[in-house]
Design a protein around this ligand. Structure first.
Ligand code: CA
Length: 261
């Protein structure tokens, strides 16, 4: 299980490509690099990478054309692609859906975020169950095609809202602290950004409509996805409570976090 996985980085901006290559090698991945779309296709066919990081704006052959060619060729159709784009989140969502990209990151991104996305996509492929839809009440989330349906009706979420909902639903019944959510969704965890989580939760809830009740606020800690049909795990502090590895803010009185609750 310890074979080296190879990532093909397709990015014409040399600085970005080199930073990604350096960090991916440090993470133990094998790295291939292409600065244009045609070379990317050649390397994909020839070297069979485990994953392709594909910038959308490329010389010679753009990312969209590269992605279509990859999907048409049986030799490369199964290789997951993570799109890199500088465009807005709504655009990315649509582009991602049309192209069947496994995931996408928007510029500017942190290297940490990219590594997190790569790990998540590769893990999802290694564990077949991870590609199956997850449910919470009448919310259905399909990671495979980045789709969320509420009572059968598709709703449009931004990348961030989708990841937030996915994290909560995959941890259904467990309390997720803001720090855990920041780490899982944004790829970093600074206390100063805790309010960012609240802002995105608010937007997510408004899109979920009546089903927003499945996203519960846990005072002073964070959030929990709950489904009335499932038994909710005992919370921290209660008898038998095992919070499944969640970390509580130390010291208790974290007033700045409580304000927004
Ligand atoms: Ca570019």
């Amino acid at each position: 299980m310890k074979t080296t996985q190879t990532i093909l980085i397709v990015e014409d901006e040399k600085d970005i490509r080199e930073v990604l290559a350096f960090n991916l090698r440090r993470e133990g991945y094998g790295v291939l690099e292409a600065g244009d779309g045609r070379l990317a296709l050649e390397l994909a066919v020839e070297k069979k990478p485990d994953l392709i990081l594909l910038d959308l704006m490329l010389p010679v052959l753009d990312g969209l054309s590269v992605s279509r060619s990859l999907q048409r060729d049986p030799a490369t159709a199964g290789v997951p692609v993570i799109m890199i784009t500088a465009k807005g989140e709504e655009v990315d969502r649509i582009v991602g859906l049309e192209l069947g990209a496994a995931d996408y990151v928007t510029k500017p991104f942190s290297v940490r975020e990219v590594i997190l996305r790569i790990r998540s996509v590769l893990r999802r492929r290694a564990v077949p169950g991870e590609a199956a839809p997850v449910y919470c009440g009448d919310i259905r989330l399909d990671a495979a095609d980045h789709a969320v349906r509420v009572a059968g009706v598709s709703i449009g979420l931004t990348v961030t809202e989708f990841r937030l909902l996915e994290d909560l639903m995959r941890n259904k019944g467990k309390v997720r602290s803001r720090a855990q959510l920041l780490d899982a969704v944004w790829g970093f965890s600074f206390e100063g950004y805790a309010r960012t989580v609240d802002t995105h939760i608010r937007r997510l809830r408004s899109k979920l409509g009546n089903s927003a009740e499945h996203i519960e606020t846990v005072r002073g800690i964070g959030y929990r996805a709950k489904d009335d049909r499932d038994a909710v795990e005992p919370g921290p502090g209660r008898p038998g409570g095992d919070c499944g590895g969640c970390s509580l803010p130390d010291g208790g009185g974290d007033a700045s976090w409580e304000e927004e609750l």
